[in-house]
Design a protein around this ligand. Structure first.
Ligand code: 6PG
Length: 258
């Protein structure tokens, strides 16, 4: 079952999300000495990122960023300085303030274009993120995710059409072969058209996904993702037992029979 948390407003959503992400990072570091965090772009997670980077005395962010490796769920095919870059958003809201060293930030190289960028990222992921089945003795392998890298926590937004990362409704990326890690996108309905995205299989292999939605423009998508899994609503295909959905009142699905 998907965990759904409904809170009054965007600030409360950001605070809860930051706390949950920080808890996941700490758990992963305690268990394995390292935590793999993947970030999305879009407007929704910016405040969460700021809170995660905030002064430790606020009690929200992790106590430190030692051992945290930062990844991306998707990227637009632009350079890292471009205003549309997801890396740039993460850098400005979180990475610079938190002082995460460059060598632990793995950005998708949008400037290489969809194919080369996706290929390069898949290679890096494969090299640096162990599959759950390869986890050290004492930790249990769960599910049928095979040898896919297991990110510890993936932060996701959702589009009004139900997309997550750059996996769009009915797109060929949803039919990618089971072991594909990272995919090129050429015709994103959300600009810019060229993108790089983690595959659905990698999102499903993650130990946790935290999906954030605020504003009434997202309420239909949130209701649809909690319904029957369908390729027309990519978010509905995420692994429900590992998914935490945090929404504000406006984005909350209407109560049943209403
Ligand atoms: C992107 C995203 C995308 C985003 C959703 C929600 O790069 O465009 O990663 O999946 O999370 O479209 O975007 P908003 O938060 O702006 O509504």
């Amino acid at each position: 079952m998907t965990r759904l948390t409904t809170l009054a407003d965007g600030e409360a959503v950001a605070k809860r999300a930051a706390l949950e992400i920080a808890r996941n990072l700490d758990g992963a570091r305690r268990a394995r000495g390292v935590a793999h965090l993947a970030l999305s772009g879009g407007t929704t997670p910016a405040r969460t990122y700021e809170l995660l980077a905030s002064d430790r005395s606020s009690g929200i962010g992790p106590p430190n960023w030692d051992g945290v490796e930062v990844w991306f769920a998707d990227e637009r095919c632009v350079g890292p300085e471009d205003e549309q870059s997801n890396f740039r958003l993460a850098h400005e809201t979180l990475l610079a303030a938190a002082g995460v060293p460059e060598e632990r930030v793995h950005r998708m190289e949008g400037e290489l274009g969809p194919e080369a960028g996706a290929e390069r990222y898949a290679e890096t992921l494969r090299q640096r993120v162990p599959a759950e089945a390869e986890a050290p003795a004492g930790t249990r392998a769960v599910g049928n995710t095979g040898a896919l890298p297991a990110l510890d926590v993936v932060v996701l937004g959702i589009g009004p059409d139900g997309h997550v990362a750059s996996l769009f409704p009915g797109a060929p990326t949803l039919d990618a072969e089971a072991q594909a890690l990272c995919l090129p996108v050429h015709d994103s309905p959300k600009p810019p058209p060229e993108r790089i995205t983690l595959s659905l299989a990698v999102l499903r292999a993650a130990r946790a996904c935290v999906l954030l939605a605020t504003s009434a423009s997202k309420s239909d998508a949130v209701a649809a993702m909690l319904g029957k899994p369908s390729p027309h609503v990519p978010a509905s295909l995420l692994r429900r037992g590992r998914l935490s959905v945090i929404v504000d009142d406006a984005a909350a699905p209407p109560p049943p029979n209403n």
